[in-house]
Design a protein around this ligand. Structure first.
Ligand code: SF4
Length: 222
């Protein structure tokens, strides 16, 4: 299947915006909470992330200086509701170390600077991959970088915008070249793709009623 030129990522963005309305992401009160949530959400449901974030808040741990100071096992106990909580405690501690070394515990100040250098540094932190790094940079640091997740890949694949072997960088480049390099646009488009992925574009697609139903697609593409 070849997608005609009239179907563009810009049109997809407008179509999803019209159908779903504003998403108001990221669902968090502070940049610290965004960054913590971005680590906790790896391979787990958002519901369990909310529970773990609430537990961290109650323990006064939505503060990277406190996360840096607490022992890894005590932190793991607090975030137990998220899957793989021991691994995530290690990752949160590593991120906290970076934030404390770089900016005395302030994620806002730690994320000041040039995007590609910040991204390079975040990717050196153990357990922070491209998706987590970009989520932190976009939603906590307000840097214009597109977040690619499994839903994004699936929607683009099923609508023939990418091939089966497209990697993270190639998918990200599709968005960053097709759209204005804007924090607001990247923020909203990623959130809309997550919404469509949850509502319709699941492993087994529910195309009926999907805002992209009339677009050429192969709902069985992996
Ligand atoms: S559910 Fe169907 S129409 Fe909607 S994005 Fe997925 S493949 Fe496209």
């Amino acid at each position: 299947m070849v997608t005609s030129r009239r179907y563009t990522l810009g049109l997809m963005f407008e179509t999803l915006q019209r159908a779903c309305g504003p998403q108001r992401w990221w669902p968090a009160d502070t940049p610290t909470e965004v960054a913590v949530g971005a680590v906790l959400t790896q391979n787990t449901s958002w519901k369990s992330v909310e529970t773990a974030v609430a537990a961290m808040k109650a323990a006064g741990l939505l503060d990277f200086r406190r996360v840096d100071a607490i022992s890894e096992s005590d932190l793991a106990d607090v975030i137990r509701p998220t899957g793989t909580y021991r691994v995530k405690a290690k990752r949160l501690k590593a991120l906290a170390r970076w934030v404390c070394r770089r900016a005395g515990g302030s994620i806002e100040r730690a994320l000041e600077g040039e995007l590609s250098e910040l991204r390079r540094q975040l990717l050196t932190i153990r357990g922070i991959g491209p998706e987590t790094a970009d989520a932190i940079l976009l939603y906590a640091g307000r840097h214009p970088t597109f977040v690619v997740d499994a839903y994004t890949r699936r929607v683009l694949r099923r609508h023939a915008f990418i091939g089966a072997d497209a990697d993270y960088k190639a998918i990200q480049a599709r968005f960053e070249t097709a759209l204005p390099r804007s924090v607001e646009v990247f923020n909203e488009f990623h959130a809309l793709l997550v919404e469509i992925g949850k509502r319709h574009c699941r492993t087994r697609a529910r195309c009926e009623g999907c805002p992209l139903e009339s677009w050429p697609h192969d709902s069985t593409a992996a």
